[in-house]
Design a protein around this ligand. Sequence first.
Ligand SMILES: Cc1ncc(COP(=O)(O)O)c(C=O)c1O
Length: 354
Amino acid sequence: MKKHNFSAGPSILSNEVFSKASESVLNLNNIGLSLIEISHRSKDFVAIMEEARELSIDLLGLKAEDYTSLFLQGGASTQFLMIAYNFLSNDAGYINTGSWSVKAMKEAKLFGEVHELASSADKNFNYIPKEFNNHNSLDYLHITSNNTIFGTQYHHIPETNSNLFADMSSDIFSRNIDYSKFSLIYAGAQKNIGAAGTTLVVIKKSLLDKICRDVPSMLNYKVHVDKDSMFNTPPVFAVYTCLLSLKWLAKNGGIDEIEKKNILKSKLLYDEIDRNSQFEGFANIDDRSIMNVTFNLVDESKKEVFDKLSQESNISGINGHRSVGGYRASIYNAMPNESVQTLVDVMKKFENII
Ligand SMILES: Cc1ncc(COP(=O)(O)O)c(C=O)c1O
């Protein structure tokens, strides 16, 4: 029996995506060849890459004349350095909302002055700082829109005159925000888009004129854009899974519909955390993420009992990140309501027997 997979990433995708991706490994679109044996320059793969790039822009509600997208390698972690390599000539602003922001800042410091404009480190990142020092002459302002580890999420996009960049690894395509406020968005595929191995980068075309130094080809956004995201061999399987899940999203009503479902799913779980005397939420209520729900047991000594009940109900992947402890239920787009309900039922059962 398939488990209820609450893993933070790599994570759940829809069954439809799993089955079509599996078919493609044996025989892509009935061409008599596997997806992973055909040339990335073949018309079949070029069509996959083109459609995935177009659909990602379209689903985010962006205009193709203003934005383009890339499927790169090296994970979101490579974007930490790539954004700075390309665009940090003097000063960049970062809002520090957790480990991933810290890692992004560390890499950027290799290229220019990094200003930490606000931080929630004082409370182990359980909130999103609302005020920040809106520095005037920044090459860009960087935020992490959803903090996978701590379960916090921006519900209001910060106002800035600078180019706004965001690491959206764990919440892209999950909710309807004005994506055109961003000049650059990046997201590792393995949480809400597809299989591990590729990173989606959405970039405003006008930003490409602002590349501020000589950047080696593989790390240069313009080189990748000029080559239609095929400068070198792309991760064909990962890109194909992205296309499949973007098509699944489009077929199911796009971001508008998935946002409604995501809000209901997260409410189901947060309501139980708030109601149940045995649990407490980690993140500040106003900043709670609709993707990664973090919570703790009131009495940690009962952990074994709760873990046993969870396992008996086929729940997998709810242990919190080692830096926070407790539990984290990642409820990405493909997570069905029934899995969240199963977790809620286990929490109720735990309360009754304890
Ligand atoms: C918000 C965020 N940024 C960056 C990363 C790092 O991504 P990658 O492993 O693709 O480099 C993660 C991974 O969990 C993440 O959650």
